[in-house]
Design a protein around this ligand. Structure first.
Ligand SMILES: Cc1ncc(COP(=O)(O)O)c(C=O)c1O
Length: 400
């Protein structure tokens, strides 16, 4: 019998919804998709916006970034100070870390900057996020290169088999590999350190797509050993949207360009990324407030709670639905994806219909998709969720 999470990891639950603006009449099981910032962080962001609006040109043109008019500031530009704080939360140095709007932007920066040549190959897996696969295909095509998509073995075969499949697919023309840290729809925590080390041993540059990792995993970015690491802060690190980041190893910053070229061109990595035209920087500047919120609730406690809901929840849902459980605990971070009963269909249209039904009839917000001949559902909980939310999902699916 799979029971509710152990009491030692249950300090959280529905009462925490009061820290969010989320509609309490909805069962939110989709935190990771676009994130949901706590009210306190939104208030910090609004305070920053209010401050900007008192003197917009001074704030944006003199205080924000290294691309500034007037006499040099005495302290670091505001974006650099915020970058330093978030970078140190992620084990990194501020000078190797820049904010970008989202993971898509960061991945595009790396993909378009990488000096691919005709006939070169970019390696990516079939678990990669669709938008990133598109970006890889686009930038490869522009250079006469191509993308090789490796089909990963089913999770039932284990993480080692997945790592081995990536390495086996790398060939003599593979120059760059895109490796997910946590895959999007399938929510698998991949053995990224091992994959990166084995690829780099073979002289292949690696960019890690860590869109779902910051906040969700205990992350020390430089120790992963990648050339570049891209992450989102607005998913699991509680920042307002849109806040992502790009970390570049010190030897991998030259020649790295933001997809939007602006005044910082030729003035160094951080200068180039910190100013890409006039925009609202408040999500980045509110990131330290989000990290403070995370530290206050305790990142380890938050992860333990969400992991428990994901892992115990996966076993519970599979048992309830008679679905095969293909996951092992090390594959699970704070989300888990499990197969739905076969009778519910197998196509993207079936997935879309079921997602709409759950939202409209049961007021359950959740990600589900079609993959390898069946439908899958991803539970993506946060500290405002509790076991009853998963039971509600289980029953709603059984009623279908
Ligand atoms: C693995 C992965 N990469 C990239 C992205 C894109 O993130 P964004 O839309 O914030 O750019 C996502 C979004 O869920 C993702 O899961």
């Amino acid at each position: 019998m799979i029971s509710q999470p152990h009491p030692a990891v249950v300090p959280f639950g529905r009462t925490w919804l009061s820290h969010w603006k989320l509609d309490p009449s909805v069962t939110h099981l989709n935190h990771g998709t676009v994130g949901a910032p706590p009210i306190r962080v939104l208030e910090a962001q609004q305070a920053i916006r209010d401050e900007i609006e008192r003197q917009p040109p001074a704030y944006l043109l003199r205080e924000l970034s290294e691309i500034a008019v007037g006499r040099p500031r005495s302290g670091p530009p505001r974006l650099r100070a915020a970058a330093q704080e978030v970078a140190s939360f992620l084990g990194a140095r501020g000078e190797d870390f820049v904010f970008v709007d989202n993971a898509t932007t960061g991945m595009n920066a790396v993909l378009r900057s990488f000096p691919l040549e005709e006939g070169d190959e970019v390696l990516i897996t079939d678990l990669a996020y669709g938008a990133i696969a598109n970006a890889a295909a686009f930038h490869a095509r522009e250079r006469g290169a191509h993308v090789k998509t490796v089909e990963l073995p089913p999770s039932a075969r284990g993480l080692q088999a997945m790592a081995d499949a990536v390495i086996a697919a790398a060939g003599s023309r593979t120059r760059l590999a895109v490796v997910d840290h946590v895959s999007s729809e399938s929510a698998i925590v991949l053995p990224v350190r091992e994959i990166v080390a084995r690829l780099r041993e073979r002289g292949i540059a690696v960019v890690v797509d860590g869109a779902h990792a910051p906040g969700a995993l205990d992350l020390d970015v430089p120790s992963i050993g990648a050339d570049w690491y891209v992450g989102n802060l607005h998913k699991w690190a509680f920042t307002p949207r849109s806040a992502g980041f790009l970390w570049a190893a010190p030897g991998r910053q030259e020649g790295l360009h933001h997809p939007v070229v602006s005044w910082g061109l030729g003035r160094g990595f951080t200068a180039e990324f910190d100013w890409v035209g006039t925009r609202d920087p408040s999500a980045y500047l509110a990131a330290p407030a989000a990290i403070a919120f995370l530290r206050e609730i305790g990142p380890d406690r938050m992860r333990a709670y969400n992991h428990e809901l994901a892992w115990s929840g996966a076993r519970f849902l599979c048992k309830r639905w008679g679905s095969p459980l293909e996951l092992t605990e090390p594959m699970v971070g704070v989300m888990a994806t499990v197969p739905l009963p076969a009778r519910l269909g197998s196509t993207p249209e079936d997935a879309a219909r079921l997602r709409d039904d759950l939202l409209e009839n049961d007021r359950i917000e959740i990600q589900l998709h079609a993959w390898r001949g069946r439908l899958w559902v991803r539970s993506s909980t946060q500290i405002y969720n509790e076991w009853g939310d998963l039971e509600r999902l289980a029953e709603a699916i059984l009623r279908q």
